[in-house]
Design a protein around this ligand. Structure first.
Ligand code: NDP
Length: 327
């Protein structure tokens, strides 16, 4: 049997941001309904700490598929020709376990991560939110700008980045304003996205304005951390998945260890919001926070969407990899 191979170009063409936001809503609803199997990911760190390999398997009931993302994360790739996230998503069908597709994981990760933040923002930010602060200026910063513009009428964008030249270049490329400090970027912002590789807080709760919404995205495995404990304790907190947040998010685990919050500070998962099991923003002055870890069902759903569209449109290349019995 033939396996479809879908690279960067196909994923970009077949996974527009607005479409991906809806695909993420469907996947996270399925997860909340119990129509998915999602173990915690396995992470193998290189002894030299240069990078790690993540293994993210899952099963999804709708669209029905079973699969795995295998991805390396090498933060030091910034400034090299290589992305920090590289790998493949393998999609199998669920009758005979045939390998349907191999899909570029870097591009899917890029788009689905920002799409999930877009979904969280659609669900939690004030409808009239127009100003955006982005902390970080790498790959996720760019796609987050696209995602925020897809869900809110963004008119003012301020960006701060650890390396001033990177922040200035990003601002110029995207028609944003450069802020010399994270605090100045965040002051007065309706929406804040943290998309850095920081291991110590880059965002303090004291800087946030009443009614702000925060998407905290950069720190998806220990020891990475972007938010101070005030930012978390002072917000109505939502996550992509409770189990992942409690095991993998230092942004949440540190304030719990400090006794600033309990596990019940997590108001719910995005899926709970989508199924109306829990209230989202309760008033205009409340600060809402979405802590993103990144889930294998998001990868599988996004990759499957690309696969289905590629199949319908004849895109991608075909390989005879495996499948039939021989003799
Ligand atoms: P890039 O390598 O493209 O960009 C990294 C960014 O982080 C740069 O803007 C860099 O700033 C900044 N940065 C790195 N180290 C520090 C530090 N110590 N303090 C402050 N800023 C720092 O990465 P991506 O944009 O692809 O990813 C950004 C983060 O998001 C990563 O940590 C990644 O692991 C995480 N991520 C999370 C996902 C999720 O599902 N939650 C999915 C994908 C990524 P500068 O260039 O100015 O030095």
């Amino acid at each position: 049997m033939e396996t479809l191979v879908l690279g960067h170009r196909e994923v970009r063409a077949l996974l527009p941001m607005a479409e991906c936001i809806d695909v993420m809503a469907a996947a996270l609803s399925a997860l909340a309904r119990g129509d998915a199997v999602l173990p915690l990911r396995s992470v193998v760190a290189q002894p030299d700490r240069r990078g790690f390999l993540g293994l993210m398997p899952s099963y999804l009931g709708e669209p029905r598929a079973i699969g795995v993302k295998v991805v390396t994360v090498f933060p030091g790739n910034l400034g090299t020709p290589y992305e920090s996230h590289q790998g493949a998503i393998l999609i199998f069908e669920t009758e005979n376990g045939r390998l349907l597709a191999v899909v570029d994981a870097g591009t899917v990760t890029e788009i689905r991560t920002a799409a999930v933040s877009g979904l969280a923002t659609r669900l939690l930010a004030r409808p009239d939110a127009t100003s955006l602060a982005i902390l970080g200026s790498g790959t996720q910063a760019g796609v987050h700008l696209e995602a925020m513009r897809a869900v809110r009428p963004i008119r003012d964008v301020r960006v701060w980045s650890r390396t001033e030249a990177h922040g200035r270049a990003f601002a110029e490329r995207h028609g944003a304003r450069f802020a010399p400090s994270a605090r100045e970027a965040v002051a007065g912002a309706d929406i804040v996205c943290t998309v850095t590789g920081a291991q110590a807080p880059v965002l303090e709760g004291a800087w946030l304005s009443p009614g702000a919404h925060v998407n905290a995205v950069g720190a998806s495995v220990p020891p990475y951390r972007e938010l101070d404990s005030d930012a978390v304790a002072g917000s109505r907190l939502f996550v992509d998945r409770r189990e992942s947040a409690l095991n993998e998010a230092e942004d949440v685990r540190v304030p719990i260890r400090e006794g600033r919050i309990g596990e019940d500070h997590i108001a719910g998962e995005l899926g709970d919001l989508l199924l109306d099991r829990v209230a989202g923003r309760t008033d205009r002055r409340e600060i809402t926070l979405f802590k993103s870890l990144g889930l294998a069902v998001e990868d599988l759903a996004a990759a499957h969407h690309v696969y289905a569209r590629a199949l319908a449109g004849g895109a991608g290349s075909r390989l005879e990899l495996t499948g039939k019995r021989h003799g």
